[in-house]
Design a binder for this molecule. Structure first.
Ligand code: SF4
Length: 294
């Protein structure tokens, strides 16, 4: 990759440049590792294993404490559609391809540490392990002139595959507004950035913010769309996660009560949509009971 006249002003610009460079000059041995990982993940996707009992985990709807409440209550879930494995398989493929491009394209002395198994710090009845997608790291071998010296030496990133509309929307979003985290992306980043394992490996990483990286799965040639998330926003998301983890009594339809209807329509099954939330039926029935008792 050609060194910029001065340096890339921040991690988002370096990540985009590295992906572009990796796509132009993919390292064959890195692609070979990615191909093996895609193959083994594909076999896992379709090995017919039964769905495990639900447990509160970083990928649960941690934004909505009502979901955590229903998991603890053992409420009936709407099962995932059988066809969902196709989406999961494509998601793994997109992740591996992005990792391979980034590892191939980052300048010498910069690393992408991917799929890091970490402790979540969650209570006993929750999933105490999780996998952080990637930490970008400027090592002691990094040449000067690539990245603004004021940028932190490492930063957490999370890759989110998106269809074209959501990807374009992601590029425009302000991650400081209420109503931006109905999918729980910020909550998930907050869990990993505060993980004791990650903090031990990368001291102070929680102070560096994080990157929420959109991956366009409809038009993958459009590249990556990393957005910088500030430590303040992550601290706010951490508070919401703590609330979700502690919730043991019915908190009401929390997401609906706190987010704009246009966002909750997808999750909660309002506005005539099918709810993405596995507890949308249980939540609807609890709301009806509450309304009847008013
Ligand atoms: S339907 Fe909406 S408010 Fe109810 S549990 Fe699901 S995400 Fe939360």
């Amino acid at each position: 990759m050609k060194k910029p006249p001065e340096h890339y002003p921040d991690w988002t610009r370096l990540v985009v440049a590295a992906w572009n460079e990796g796509m132009k000059n993919m390292n064959p041995s890195i692609v070979a590792v990615a191909a093996e990982r895609i193959k083994s993940q594909l076999l896992i996707n379709f090995n017919g294993e039964e769905e495990k009992p639900p447990i509160i985990r970083p990928s649960s709807g941690l934004t909505c404490p009502t979901q955590s409440y229903f998991i603890r209550e053992g409420a009936e879930r709407t099962p995932m559609p059988d066809t969902i494995q196709a989406a999961f398989a494509m998601g793994h493929f997109a992740h591996e391809l992005a990792y391979a491009a980034l590892k191939s394209g980052l300048p010498k002395g910069f690393e992408a540490d991917v799929e890091i198994r970490v402790d979540t710090g969650f209570p006993d009845d929750c999933n105490q392990k999780g996998t952080a997608d990637v930490v970008f790291h400027r090592t002691a071998e990094a040449e000067e002139g690539w990245l603004n010296p004021d940028e932190p030496d490492y930063i957490l990133g999370d890759l989110k595959t998106m269809v074209g509309f959501a990807w374009r929307d992601h590029k425009k979003k302000s991650f400081h507004e209420q109503g931006i985290d109905a999918w729980g992306h910020l909550a998930q980043l907050a869990v990993y950035v505060n993980s004791p394992t990650l903090q031990e490996k990368y001291p102070g990483i929680e102070k560096n913010g994080a990157l929420l990286i959109g991956v366009n799965k409809e038009s993958p040639q459009m590249g990556l769309a990393p957005r910088r998330i500030s430590p303040v926003v992550l601290a706010d998301a951490s508070k919401r996660v703590a609330k979700a983890l502690e919730t043991t009594s019915w908190p009401g339809p929390w997401l609906m009560d706190n987010f704009p209807e246009v966002e909750t329509a997808f999750y909660c099954g309002t506005a005539g949509r099918k709810g993405y939330c596995p507890y949308s039926k249980a939540c609807k029935s609890a709301r009806a009971t509450r309304a009847a008792n008013v």
